[in-house]
Design a protein around this ligand. Structure first.
Ligand SMILES: [Zn+2]
Length: 256
């Protein structure tokens, strides 16, 4: 017997399918999709369909995202949902897309009650409250199998914020060990910081050495884009991400 949730899911998939031609056109532009098994590609398309029904995608800065752009964004945003349910995205409702790098002004109050204002140029951001904000030119650069994926990066921050501030420590799946997570991520983060500070080559984007939450977000990008490289550099982190995302990209038939 179907649960109410299954029934809703099947209704949305039946009533609002992504047209074949559109999905194929988007897939052709995203090598990260071609690297998935046929079963995973089907799952990705279904999750992208549900995501388009559940979230709003708005343009900003003069951009009006068309159907192809929406499906492109949804396909990338659905990658973490290959093994997770859409409930993991419950803490955000909207994706705002700028054509290019955007300027955000932030105000905050320091410990003495003094207000500060800061202007920053960004390609993407995600806050505890509020939408995912992304620059289209960086979305287009994502999903190419190079290790870079702005959409996955910002969604990783949202997953991390499911249990408070972004700190590289998202709520773990049932049965996962906090000690194993901590050991794997602490050791790899320290290695990245050491290499970065001594001017050595780093196996991940050096931005990962900026803070533990950035290490987590960059490791998620690598997990979806260049899993073999992540596995070679930081196998314990790779294993933890397989447990967290409930799939093994290097052995897609084995469900961890
Ligand atoms: Zn970040």
């Amino acid at each position: 017997m179907w649960s109410l949730r299954d029934w809703r899911r099947r209704c949305i998939l039946a009533r609002h399918p992504i047209p074949d031609a559109l999905w194929q056109a988007v897939s052709r532009r995203l090598p990260v999709i071609a690297a998935l098994t046929p079963g995973e590609q089907t799952r990705l398309r279904e999750q992208a369909t549900l995501l388009l029904a559940a979230k709003t995608i708005s343009g900003a800065g003069g951009l009006d995202p068309d159907a192809a752009m929406r499906v492109h964004i949804a396909a990338l945003a659905a990658l973490p949902l290959l093994g997770l349910d859409l409930d993991w995205y419950d803490n955000w409702h909207e994706i705002v897309v700028y054509p290019d790098t955007f300027v955000q002004e932030h105000e905050w109050e320091d410990e003495f009650g003094v207000m500060h204002r800061e202007r920053r140029e960004l390609d993407g951001e995600s806050w505890q409250q509020g939408p995912l904000v992304l620059a289209w030119h960086e979305i287009e650069a994502s999903g190419q199998g190079s290790g870079f994926n702005l959409v996955v990066h910002e969604i990783a921050h949202k997953l991390d914020m499911q249990n408070g501030d972004a700190n590289g420590y998202p709520p773990l799946q049932r049965g996962m060990s906090h000690a194993d997570w901590n050991a794997a991520f602490s050791a790899a983060y320290e290695d990245m910081v050491r290499r970065d500070e001594s001017g050595m080559e780093t196996p991940l984007d050096p931005y990962a050495a900026d803070a533990p939450e950035e290490f987590f977000a960059v490791a998620c990008e690598a997990y979806f884009e260049i899993p073999a490289q992540l596995h070679a550099a930081y196998p314990a982190v790779y294993d933890q991400l397989c447990l967290f995302f409930r799939r093994d990209p290097l052995a897609p038939s084995a469900v961890p």
